[in-house]
Design a protein around this ligand. Sequence first.
Ligand code: HEM
Length: 402
Amino acid sequence: MSTPTLLDRTDIEGVDFAFQDDPDVHATLARLRAERDYAVVPFAGVRAVLLLTHDLVSAAFKDESTFPAAAIYRMTTGPVLGKTLQCMEGQEHRIARGVATPSFRRNRVADFVQPLLEPLAHELIDRFQGNGSADLVADFTAKYPVLVISRLLGLPVEDEATVHRWAHDLFYFPLDPEAAMRASREFTDYVTPILEQRRREPGDDLISRLVTESAEGEFLDDEQILSFLRLLFPAGADTTMLALGNTLSALLTHPDQLALLRSDPEEWTQWAIWEGMRWEPPVGLLPRACPEAVDWHGISIPALTPMIFSINAAHRDPSVYERPDEFDITRKKMSMLSFGQGVHSCAGNWLAIAELDTALRVLLERLPDLRLRPGAEDAAKVTSQVGVALRGPNALPVRWRR
Ligand code: HEM
């Protein structure tokens, strides 16, 4: 007779955490968390361990030896993005991250990136401001972060529509792997000669920095640079798109909070952004894997168990946040789990914060009396995107005073 294991039964039936959207996901997670700090849930036809509290999710992120990022990313994104930072471990990861990411450090964002951000926000808003109405997802949030990356890389402005299509296809990899593989190949063919050109004549753009800078005496080879560039679109643009959409959705459906923000943007913008990311983190349920059998924080996890780090449950953990389901920008708390933690934590968090801050300020400044179109509350709700890991609104139909 085999020994019973943790995975012999699930704590919930009727929903697959890999594929199916649960429209009431926060209530489901709260119900499971009230029972235990973790739950066993159906995931892509097998059983996964879902971590539900702030303490467990934070500890799991920091425990790279038990839950190595590479174990999952090599399978999920490896085929389309290549061997990205997320697929690397140890010294290889440290050196590649050391070369690729200094431009995104807090102090470098201010001088390198900030000058791009405000003009670009105005440029996009100029295209629709005179209309008095827009869908802020289609017209702004889906465009702004991709264009930020494209301009940081110093790609020609006339190629931006094509770059946007590649970024879109890479993001939808799980739904249309063929289109994503094609986008990956086309982007590689497009950008490889640009690497060569920037090696010969470096400028002040990110590609020039990637081809000329080193860490611990080592440079990145072309494939390492290419996989980093491919990663920037799903990791850097789509996450920021969803974060901006979620914060706007929260503000537009909580007019009292929007009014408070408008009363003193200098004081409240940054807290609105952090509260938006706490309330609806764009990466809500992050898949990982546990390659070896382990007893971890009292949980006996068999080898090869899929794990889900529920950032969205951790952010509504009542032992950390009072009234966790309320969107309240006066909390003044930084919800750091949004960007992960530990060695693989987000390399672009300060860029993301700068983008969100600029976009929110400029949108509110340029669109007076911004509000949802009557009857658009349902359309503006946050739902799952490309599977259930990521969350954001599909549309934000709005009006303002012209
Ligand atoms: C609000 C926007 C963003 C959110 C919520 C976000 C979230 C995350 C999370 C949760 C991780 C860790 C994944 C894991 O541990 O498996 C991560 C990693 C990463 N992010 Fe972000 N991210 C955002 C914006 C950006 C931006 C703007 C960039 C760069 C331009 C970026 C680049 C990266 C990279 C390169 C990694 C991999 C780091 C490594 O493995 O060493 N992200 N991000």
